[in-house]
Design a protein around this ligand. Structure first.
Ligand code: NAP
Length: 299
């Protein structure tokens, strides 16, 4: 039977460390989240961030705008946030209304305050293995690997999905010459042929495709480590609505050596990693240079 890799304990350790550092260095981290229009799932996520933040000493402030706000006004708001020295992190909650171009919004955020790590400067730094912010979901996967001492060096990692927010950054991060890198990485997508043949070679399989229970036991080899990033809502006859991953947990877990649950796996760590970015940004923006370790942003 597989070891279940709980994200909760990983998140707890990250939150405890953030709280400790804030208290130790008497920091006053502040994250501002812009939310446009009304989306219950997005509002729920943001409220959760506010609650978590207040527990560990990070002020999370949400600025709400109606869906008819112009792109120019949002860009103006971002510019004010960039200039405000009391603010250390900016996050734009999706979804955005169709008249607001995501690419313009991402470019407008000061890379030093870009908590999502989507600005091209941060993406470039990540690929070049330089200091910068890393998108939360791939960073959460790395935290899971690190916490559970999962060896990646020389192992075959197959990633399902090539999105800009999960698959592509993860592939780059796993190639780094560090503790959670040095892997031999294969990235699969919807045009990949003979998918099961490739997934069967994986020592570590990371699924991020958004297809409920897509990965079945015949697609994985014995003792594989499975990291399931997928979060899919399905209708369950007994429980009503429920969330499942991209991997059929019940059927596959017997074959894995380790597997992350959904919910309670990678997603749980994402919030912690995002708030950790706010801590890093606060240290960088408010504390004297000698306080900062050279690798302050990389871990
Ligand atoms: P996305 O932008 O829709 O990308 C999905 C990727 O999967 C695409 O590259 C697509 O290929 C590929 N794909 C789709 N069907 C496939 C198939 N049958 N075989 C192989 N590849 C297939 O999704 P995303 O934003 O990366 O999210 C992926 C999943 O992760 C979703 O379930 C999402 O809810 C979840 N997620 C979780 C978190 C978290 O915090 N836990 C955060 C973000 C996302 P093409 O490129 O060819 O279309």
């Amino acid at each position: 039977m597989a070891q279940i890799l709980s994200g909760k304990v990983v998140a707890k350790a990250i939150f405890a460390n953030i709280k400790k550092e804030i208290e130790e260095h008497q920091l006053k981290p502040k994250l501002v989240i812009i939310i446009i229009g009304h989306d219950p799932a997005a509002e729920f996520y943001v409220q959760n961030l506010e609650k978590k933040g207040s527990k560990i000493g990070i002020s999370v402030q949400t600025r709400k705008f109606t869906a008819d706000i112009s792109e120019a006004d949002i860009l103006k708001e971002i510019s004010l946030l960039n200039d405000d020295k009391s603010i250390h992190g900016i996050m734009i909650q999706k979804p955005l209304p169709s008249h607001v171009a995501e690419s313009k919004i991402v470019l407008a955020i000061d890379p030093a305050k870009d908590m999502d790590g989507f600005h091209p400067v941060n993406i470039g730094n990540m690929i070049l293995d330089q200091a910068g912010f890393i998108p939360s979901t791939p960073a959460a996967v790395l935290e899971m690997l690190r916490f559970y001492n999962i060896e990646t060096a020389g192992r075959k990692v197959v990633i399902l999905g090539r999105s800009n927010i999960v698959g592509k950054p993860l592939a780059n991060l796993l190639l780094r010459k560090d503790q959670t890198g040095n892997a031999t990485v294969t990235v699969c997508h919807s045009r990949t042929k003979n998918l099961a043949e490739i997934t069967n070679q994986a020592d570590i399989l990371i699924a991020a495709i958004g297809r409920a229970n897509y990965v079945q036991p015949e697609m994985i080899k014995q003792n594989v480590v499975v990291i399931d990033v997928g979060v899919n809502q399905i209708v369950d006859l007994e429980k009503g609505q429920k969330y499942v991953g991209d991997v059929d947990f019940e059927k596959c877990s017997e074959k894995c050596s380790m597997i992350t649950p959904v919910p309670g796996g990678v997603g749980t760590v994402t919030t912690a990693v995002l708030l950790n970015n706010v801590l890093k940004s606060t240290k960088k923006l408010t504390v004297q240079d000698n306080f900062i370790d050279e690798k302050w942003l990389k871990k």
